[in-house]
Design a protein around this ligand. Structure first.
Ligand code: NOJ
Length: 563
């Protein structure tokens, strides 16, 4: 891949498998206890072997790190703990040489209060160009219909600044003042930042907190038409100057609202599907496919050149903003038993502990992630089943060092353990002595090997990233079955959400004559006829079948399905 994106094709992101990580958490090359770009570069072999095609890096810019780097103090540089701009460029070249794309963060809804713009704004007179970079008010009563997002820490979206003698607006922490997008100079700066990193060669940008760019009285200050105008302007700039780059929206909203962020193919290429994720967890716990079917029925079609981003877990709490109150209560009951597991409107746990470390459940959930319509995003460490530490503050419990070996500090760093940016996971079940890359590399039955196989399989079939979705409606609701189709392939996915074995009868009569070939073992199953197609699935089992036209003599004419 060339750094100008020219070796890619425009829709590369539809076939991507994305891996999300933080530079600080991956590998520490200089043994100061904090991961760095040189460390990440050293670990590219691992990522290449895993089969991922794109790396999404969490914020690595200069920052006081009070929101893990989402509080930016300088947009166009690298935090000294992680290396230099040159180290970043060396990493980017090395990633591109391996055909790995790199996605980074564009966090322009807000800055850190340590950003020079804010420091200047608070000292500048009201109405001055410096002051106008942020949103000020004499009262804290404006925009009262805007909800508070960090409910555990913030009581208001306004904070008083004694120096400015005014309130400033912030949708997140009070140390993260929102930029004022009604000021054209702010958008110009945002675009400069975007261009700075695109010129450096990154393949895409995840636009953080997009729905909140603009505020208006008597609205909830989310998804406003003015916000869409800003996004369109950024997209125009991108299209006019770059090829094959990606804009990804972080809009934690209902699908009907997120739909607008694809615009007429003139806003984002990709957006996360936030509401799907808790419903997959709900379906598993309820042993009922309904929550998944329901949210997909409420998911509008998106333009042909756009794509959903799918994930099971990420660096934040498992967010429960896009569920009903009852559903949230259920999720807390099912997955967040201990109060320490809860944060804001969500559950701060990793994938493996959420699934009680049950390998079959973990495999089932990943099989859905990898076969649903969209681009899958894997959170670092989840490929080996890393655990979390709910005794660390905020969301830090899911941001601990990557577990490489059984050596000191999980092989992440040779620093004095007291110096690490975060303690490594040490409990008997998920601790690095039990869960680490080295051990799983040498165990062909490990989760790491399983993930590698599944990623490789998914990449063989473009239908997963590009095909249509059609649910089947077997009477047994513990079975989730769906067809993925494009011009060349048809894949049938069947998943057992139950902890017990389940029978299912699928109406596949429209596909009569085809032969399902189980894709992991390439085993032919009985040919589909006009009668119900019977399958039995063991607890949490799933099948991916490629549907092939029957070759003469390949399967006995008389074979009975499901026997
Ligand atoms: C969304 C990010 O995912 C989250 O980690 C951060 O705290 C907020 N944006 C505020 O920047």
């Amino acid at each position: 891949m060339k750094s100008d994106g020219s070796a890619l094709e425009p829709l590369w992101f539809k076939d991507a498998v994305i891996y999300e990580t933080h530079v600080k958490a991956f590998f520490d090359s200089d043994n100061d206890g904090i991961g760095d770009f040189n460390g990440l570069t050293k670990k590219l072999d691992y990522l290449e072997n895993l089969g991922i095609t794109c790396l999404w890096l969490l914020p690595f810019f200069p920052s006081p790190l009070r929101d893990d780097g989402y509080d930016i103090a300088d947009y166009r540089n690298v935090h000294p703990s992680y290396g230099t701009l040159d180290d970043f460029k060396i990493f980017l070249d090395a990633a591109h040489r391996r055909n790995l794309q790199v996605l980074i963060e564009l966090v322009v809804n807000h800055t850190s209060d340590q950003h020079p713009w804010f420091q200047a704004a608070r000292k500048a007179p009201p109405g001055s160009p410096e002051r106008e970079f942020y949103v000020w008010s004499d009262t804290d009563k404006k925009y009262r219909d805007a909800r508070i997002i960090f409910t555990d820490t913030e009581k208001s979206n306004w904070s008083w600044d004694p120096e400015a003698k005014a309130y400033y607006w912030h949708r997140f922490f009070s140390h993260q003042p929102d930029l004022n997008f009604d000021n054209p100079a702010v958008l110009d700066e945002a675009i400069k930042t975007m261009r700075f990193w695109l010129d450096a060669g990154v393949d895409g940008l995840r636009l953080d907190a997009v729905p909140y760019l603009v505020e208006r009285e008597d609205t909830n200050c989310e998804n406003l038409p003015e916000t869409h105008e800003i996004v369109k302007r950024m997209r125009r700039e991108l299209d006019a100057n770059y090829t094959n780059r990606l804009l990804l929206a972080e809009a934690n909203q209902w699908p009907a609202d997120v739909r607008h962020y694809f615009g007429d193919e003139d806003e984002f290429h990709m957006a996360f599907h936030f509401p799907l994720m808790p419903r997959i967890f709900m379906a598993l716990r309820l042993e009922d496919r309904l929550p998944v079917i329901d949210i997909m029925a409420r998911t509008p079609e998106i333009p042909a050149n756009c794509q959903w981003g799918l994930f099971l877990r990420n660096h934040d709490e498992l967010t429960l903003e896009m569920v009903t109150d009852d559903e949230r209560d259920y999720m807390y009951f099912a997955y967040g038993g201990e109060p320490r597991m809860r944060l804001n409107l969500g559950i701060r746990r990793r994938l493996a502990p959420l699934l009680d470390n049950n390998p079959r459940r973990i495999e089932l959930m990943n099989s859905l992630l990898l076969s649903f319509p969209g681009t899958p995003i894997i959170y670092y460490g989840d490929e080996i089943g890393m655990g979390d530490n709910i005794y660390l503050g905020d969301r830090n419990g899911v941001r601990t060092p990557m577990q490489w070996t059984t050596d000191r500090n999980a092989g992440f760093s040779r620093a004095n353990p007291a110096r690490l940016y975060s303690p490594v996971i040490m409990d008997p079940v998920y601790g690095y002595e039990s869960v680490n890359v080295e051990a799983q590399e040498s165990d062909s039955s490990s989760m790491l090997h399983w993930m590698r196989n599944m990623i490789a399989l998914r990449k063989l079939y473009r239908v997963f990233g590009r095909g249509s979705l059609e649910f089947l409606s077997p009477r047994n609701r513990k079975i989730l079955a769906y067809l993925r189709r494009d011009e060349t392939d048809q894949v049938l996915c069947v998943a057992n959400l139950s902890r017990f074995s389940q029978p299912v009868e699928l109406d596949l009569s429209a596909l009569a004559g085809m032969v399902p070939v189980e894709m992991l073992g390439y085993s032919e199953f009985p040919r589909i006829g006009t009668e119900p197609y019977r399958l039995s699935l063991s607890p949490y089992a799933f099948f991916w079948f490629e549907l092939q036209p029957a070759a003469a003599g390949s399967v006995e004419e008389t074979a009975k399905p499901g026997l």
